[in-house]
Design a binder for this molecule. Structure first.
Ligand SMILES: [Zn+2]
Length: 442
């Protein structure tokens, strides 16, 4: 099948940051087969034509850290202290189940696709359900089952995620759009044995390993008291640092930590919205990039950052990092768009397939329309995306050559139906959540 997207301002995000001011792209089956200027476009009756109406065509955005099935938690106890341990963990254990994980994931994926996110890295529970939801919705997904040191909503035993992951990886490892991986929750919510085992599984199957790292003040204190090390130094001492590791957050890093991340080619998922809302801090992204450490953007779950789109992260990233560095010229918009596209692809070791608009790459593409009131005038496409645009400007989305969003609506799904299905499975959750909320506030 052939599709031509025409009349678009293309930002390719390739190595030369090539742009086509009035261009077109040809998609054949799953791949991009041609990129050119409109003057070269020949009529082709066999192709489906999509007129971009002078919108911006960009690579699909990549969300390198999220928890899809946490949708029911959105806006709940947003302003409570130490919400994770006092509140989210107990509620999760009591109310999260297979069906809720599945319908929540479907809803979250719909939200992501509508916002131009075409690839996600998700870690949570019931990942087999999340994989089914991802397959049905047609998103590109890296999915990892959580390994943690207590019994959970989908495991009677502590560290049940280890066995789950072996079956899960075996089941999904050859899927076209789904890459299974293993996800120890964090260094301080595991023990040395479980971390080493998780790493062995990652190595054996050659799949990524991802965890929260250097995110919590009590995490730092624990490793200082127990091992006289930082969390990163501890992971190095047990052989966990490698180019398969995607470390989420990395807020509190010493210079030695950064050197270690570089030495072992570790990747970082930076979640500026989640980290600043929880008043934790701003990760040293400038230093990480100076050390050539690949950094992608992540939203974290809907309970942490509330939105699941990368366009919101672009804005938050610009504002916080400019303020933090007291320099309005640091991180120009072009560099910020890189973090959400090609750099995110490098974090996932998939930059040979996705992250930029290049012939031979997978057709993961987004048209940002420029007719809305907030999109005029435009002097620079990157600035327009980072500072002017919001998710309502996402008009058309392709994943792997398939159109999944058109005219701002899901192509094969109905958002209202997906919402109703989720709502029907949220009744017990809502009741318990209200009880927990009262306790948390007291
Ligand atoms: Zn997280």
């Amino acid at each position: 099948m052939k599709t031509i997207i025409k009349n678009v301002n293309i930002i390719t995000m390739d190595n030369n940051m090539t742009e086509y001011k009035n261009g077109f792209v040809i998609i054949e089956d799953e791949n991009i087969s041609y990129i050119g200027n409109m003057a070269e476009l020949k009529e082709d009756e066999s192709a489906i034509i999509i007129d971009g109406n002078n919108g911006i065509l960009m690579p699909g955005m990549i969300n390198t850290h999220t928890h899809l099935s946490m949708i029911p938690f959105r806006s709940l106890g947003d302003d409570c202290k130490d919400r994770l341990r006092r509140y989210l963990f107990p509620l999760e254990n009591e109310c999260m189940n297979e069906k809720l994980a599945y319908y929540s994931a479907k809803y979250a994926i719909c939200e992501m696709l509508l916002s131009g996110v075409t690839t996600i890295m998700d870690m949570y529970y019931f990942e087999d359900e999340v994989a089914k939801a991802s397959e049905e919705m047609g998103i590109r997904a890296f999915l990892g089952e959580t390994v943690i040191n207590f019994p959970t909503c989908d495991s009677k035993d502590a560290f049940g995620g280890l066995d789950y992951s072996i079956n899960f990886i075996e089941k999904w490892k050859n899927h076209k759009l789904i890459t299974p991986f293993i996800a120890p929750h964090a260094p301080n919510t595991n023990d040395t044995n479980s971390l080493v085992k998780a790493n062995e599984i990652s190595k054996k199957y050659n799949v990524p390993i991802s965890m929260h790292l250097s995110e919590m003040d009590y995490e730092l204190k624990y490793f200082k008291d127990e091992f006289n090390k930082t969390p990163v130094e501890y992971l190095e001492s047990i052989g966990l640092l490698s180019d398969r590791l995607v470390a989420a957050h990395c807020i509190y890093l010493t210079d030695n930590d950064i050197n270690l991340l570089q030495k072992y080619n570790v990747k970082v998922a930076h979640c500026i919205g989640s980290n600043t809302k929880s008043a934790k801090g701003v990760a040293p992204v400038n230093k990480l990039l100076q050390h050539n450490i690949p950094v992608g953007l992540g939203t974290d779950g809907a309970s942490s950052g509330n939105t699941l789109d990368i366009i919101t992260q672009f804005k938050l990233f610009a504002n916080f990092h400019k303020l933090e560095n007291k320099d309005r010229s640091i991180f120009p918009a072009k560099d910020i768009v890189k973090l959400g596209t090609i750099s995110g692809a490098k974090v996932l070791n998939k930059d040979n397939e996705i992250g930029s608009i290049e012939v031979g790459k997978k057709a993961d593409l987004v048209i940002i329309e420029t007719n809305s009131v907030n999109m005029f005038p435009i002097f620079d496409s990157y600035s327009a995306i980072v500072y002017s645009a919001n998710t309502s400007n996402v008009d058309t989305v392709f994943v792997n050559g398939k159109c999944v969003v058109k005219n701002k609506k899901p192509v094969n799904n109905d958002l209202q139906t997906i919402r109703e299905e989720l709502k029907n499975h949220m009744q017990q959750f809502e009741q318990k959540a209200k009880e927990q909320l009262k306790k948390a506030i007291l």
